[in-house]
Every structure is written in structure tokens, then in C-alpha cells.
Ligand binder design. Structure first.
Ligand code: PMP
Length: 312
């Protein structure tokens, strides 16, 4: 078994902080057998010895919305969620930037595909995570032949585990073909997002991103970048993006918790702009960096400090 050594020792499982070895589920659990699970991934930053969590309230809201959309019947108030996060982080005492995976899952050993009467629980683990992609290096993207799963089939406004089969197929094909990441077309054949990130392009000087009604996740980094762009005086246009627009746009960048803000060097081997990070992408990336370095005037609006006092 491949074991990820950056995952830290303590997690939240069955309503308690336990060592990772004790957080085991049955081979027959519903979540394992039917992917009946949703999650969110949250960044944590260590700045001057303090622990800062990125948009925790929004992550909590998206996770609870997931439970509502999917009909899991699980709810935890924000304050309790924050306290549990604080205790898991405290138990692990990370010394460098980290990533929190919070998920709703069912251990029930039930044969059959109905969420009614299943018991869902909150699970949390954390791991060290610095940059997901190499900084200052553009991504080589590929338009995937896998179509993005439609919201009419699996909800796209929550990170439902089953839908990551779609993302995994697209990423696997891209990597096996020598690319870094995949872009996916929705069933109307517009490009809606990357496998695990949202998408922006700059086209004839206009910043464009797909409208929320597309089969895309409402990324928390996406929301942040839109706010940062507006603050810098840019109007964000919510419009369909066709494949040919992608090839001739001036800039293309992806946003996501893992990716943060990263530019594309090429798509399907066709260079984007001059293959370097474009001026608007650079502004956004720098603003985002300031935000997470706690150097932006709004850093403390976006990131909350976890103190020992708030530990459960
Ligand atoms: N789309 C998908 C399908 C994703 O998995 C992610 C990663 N969570 C994103 C977009 C970006 O969302 P966020 O900024 O909230 O991480």
C-alpha cells in the first residue's frame, strides 16, 4: 500500500480525535461501496507562528449545502465545526502550511442505493501541503475527451466523491498523454472547468469565466479571485467559453484550493499568449499571494486565526 507521509497523525473520526491508525471503516461501508460521500478541502497557513484558515465559513457552508443537496441529513453548526477543526489542528501542531480534508461519510453496511436511514458522520484529516504545482511554471493543458458530468446526473455544486471518477479519468488521460491537467467540456460543449480547478480566460482584454449555471463547482478560490479582480478594477464577465476561444485567448489561468492561482502555458500544444504568465494573471496571483501571506488589507476577513482558546 502506498502511504502518504505528509498526512498527519491525528484525525477526527466517530466524534473524537484519534490516531490515524484507529480511523478505519468496514470494507462493506456504504461510502466505500457506493461513493456516498462529499467533502471540502481547506488550506491552512502558518504565518509568524500563527495558524490561519482560509474562508472556513464558506467551506462549512459548502459542505452543509452538499449534505442538503444529496439528502444526507447531516448538519453541524459552524461554531462546532470550527472547534473540531481547531482541535484536529492543535492535536497535530503543524509547523508548515497544511491542507484540511473534511468529509461526510456513512459507515453503515447496507446493500442498496438509498440514502434514506443511513447515518452520516463528519471525518477530518490534515496533511502538509505547500505548492501543488511548480511556482512560475505554466501548465500544459489538454481538452479532455471525457465530458464533464452534468448536474442533471450528479450535483456539481458540491464535491461529491462519485463525481471525482470523472475528474480522475480526465486527469489520468492528460498525464498519460504528457500534459499536466485536463479541461472539461460540459454537455453543451463549452469548456466549464478543469478537473479540480475553475477557469478564467482573458479574451480581447475582457476577463471571462463560465456562469455558475454551468456544470461547475462554485470554487471558493474562484469566488475570492473574482473579488480580487473587481477590487483591481476589472469587470468579470460570466460567459460561455468555447474550445476555439481557449486556443486564441490572451491568458488562461486556473484557480483552486490546491492550485491557488496558476497560468496555462498551452492547451493541446497551442501556446496561450506568448506562453508566459500574462499581466492580468500576474496581478491576480500577486494579490492572492498577498492575501495568504497576511499582507493584504482584507487578509483577516478571508482567513481566521485558530487559537488554542477555541480548541474543543
Ligand atoms: N472544480 C472542481 C471540480 C474541484 O474539485 C475544485 C477543487 N475543490 C475546484 C473546482 C476549485 O474549488 P476550490 O477553489 O473551492 O478549491
Amino acid at each position: 500500500m502506498r502511504k502518504n507521509t505528509s498526512i498527519m497523525d491525528f484525525c477526527f473520526f466517530r466524534d473524537a480525535i484519534v490516531s490515524r491508525e484507529k480511523a478505519c471503516i468496514s470494507v462493506a461501508s456504504h461510502s466505500l461501496q457506493y461513493a456516498s460521500m462529499c467533502f471540502t478541502g481547506i488550506r491552512g497557513y502558518i504565518r509568524e507562528g500563527k495558524r490561519w484558515i482560509f474562508r472556513l465559513k464558506d467551506h462549512h457552508e459548502r459542505l452543509m449545502n452538499g449534505s442538503k443537496i444529496l439528502g444526507f441529513g447531516f448538519y453541524i453548526p459552524y461554531k462546532d465545526f470550527e472547534e473540531i477543526i481547531a482541535s484536529v489542528v492543535e492535536a497535530n501542531s503543524p509547523k508548515s502550511d497544511f491542507y484540511i480534508r473534511a468529509f461526510l461519510f456513512s459507515e453503515d453496511e447496507v446493500l442498496g442505493v438509498c440514502y434514506e436511514n443511513l447515518k452520516f458522520n463528519l471525518g477530518i484529516y490534515i496533511m502538509h501541503l505547500s505548492d501543488y504545482y511548480q511556482r512560475n511554471k505554466g501548465l500544459k493543458l489538454m481538452v479532455s475527451s471525457w465530458e464533464k458530468i452534468s448536474d442533471a446526473a450528479i450535483p456539481t455544486k458540491t464535491k461529491v466523491v462519485g463525481s471525482y471518477v470523472n475528474s480522475s479519468l480526465a486527469t489520468t488521460d492528460a498525464r498519460r498523454s504528457g500534459y499536466d491537467e485536463a479541461l472539461l467540456m460540459g454537455n453543451n460543449h463549452n469548456i466549464v472547468e478543469a478537473s479540480v480547478a475553475n477557469l478564467f480566460i482573458v479574451y480581447r482584454g475582457r476577463v471571462i469565466t463560465p456562469p455558475l449555471g454551468e456544470d461547475m463547482l462554485e470554487g471558493i478560490t474562484w469566488m475570492t479571485v473574482i473579488e480580487l479582480l473587481k477590487e483591481q478594477g476589472y469587470t468579470v464577465h460570466y460567459e460561455a467559453i468555447s474550445r476555439s476561444m481557449i486556443y486564441i485567448c490572451d491568458e488562461l489561468f486556473l484557480t483552486g484550493t490546491a492550485a491557488q492561482v496558476v497560468f496555462a502555458e498551452s492547451v493541446d500544444g497551442k501556446m496561450i499568449g506568448n506562453g508566459k504568465e500574462g499581466p492580468i494573471t500576474k496581478i491576480v496571483r500577486n494579490q492572492f499571494q498577498n492575501l495568504i501571506e497576511m499582507k493584504h488589507s482584507k487578509s483577516k476577513e478571508y482567513l481566521i486565526e485558530l487559537t488554542k482558546k477555541s480548541s474543543a
